[in-house]
Design a protein around this ligand. Sequence first.
Ligand SMILES: Cc1ncc(C[n+]2csc(CCOP(=O)(O)OP(=O)(O)O)c2C)c(N)n1
Ligand code: SF4
Ligand SMILES: [Mg+2]
Length: 312
Amino acid sequence: MATSIKKLPDNEQVLSGNGACGGCPSTMALRMVGKALGPNAIMLLTPACSVASMGMTPRLGYDWPCINICFATAGSSASGITHALEIMKEKGRLKGETPTVFNWVGDGGTYDIGFQALSAAAERNDNIIHFCYNNEAYSNTGVQRSGATPRGTFTTTTPSGKRQPKKNMPLLMLEHNIPYVATATVAYPGDLYDKVVKAKSIPGMKYIEILSPCYLGWQFDMAETVKMSRVAVHSGAWLLWEAENGHITFNKPSAQIINGKKAPLPVDEYVKSQGRFSRLLKGADAERRIAEIQGDVDREIAFMRERAKISI
Ligand SMILES: Cc1ncc(C[n+]2csc(CCOP(=O)(O)OP(=O)(O)O)c2C)c(N)n1
Ligand code: SF4
Ligand SMILES: [Mg+2]
């Protein structure tokens, strides 16, 4: 069972008084991540909301040493730092526990612009944790589509709804044969915390992706962030799973959907509660386009169910 939220450590690595929106999922998730990582860590940030809202000196809102890096370089920059720490340790210039090197990067910086460097770091199995907080768009620059944006979504670059499905980035990372991959979301903080604790203890490359419903891009009331995250999981639009050394296990409640003990909610409720899909619901072809989204969700559930049967 996941750690109860009441039992999480008291340390806060995300400082109060920062500039994030109310209900910001990135900030909520990072609080949990900070509790799991503790203070001995080095944070790398690519341009994103997490930089604009609180990631710049002298108004840094994170209680770690932070480095702002180029959009494309999360993988290579973190690799450089982790190798430098290894050499310092070897030469006796770094005493005590080696800091955890981690990236805190959006879906734009992970799925699209930073993919090449991240893929290379994964193939080298460099000792870093890459977190992707996935709000399914380039939010900081006014909500443009990314490879994580689901089909049917309005963004400023998909004014009539995105026509393509999102890609399965966690699975792509798994296929790099790295020791740990996990998905999480803000409605399940204990699950996220446990996954980060585990990732911290594993040498090599770790990838954790956190679905982060963003009220601005998804167009819902900012008080509903956690509810939106929960509905995403209950409808099967987001699956909670982890893979250790290639072996996939599903976490509750996704495990019940995968093993057939619980039917996922129809995707309608999820889609209809978000303004970003509202253009879908106005046209004559609304039913067909919702059915397309349902088809994408059903396919992903079926695919992941079968993929989990392959153990390397
Ligand atoms: C090379 C480069 N291209 C574009 C930008 C402009 N830019 C800054 S933040 C951002 C959006 C980032 O999206 P994502 O990584 O998903 O993070 P989010 O804003 O959603 O938190 C963009 C396009 C930039 N800073 N550098
Ligand atoms: S736009 Fe979204 S991700 Fe960005 S700070 Fe606001 S709530 Fe957070
Ligand atoms: Mg984003």
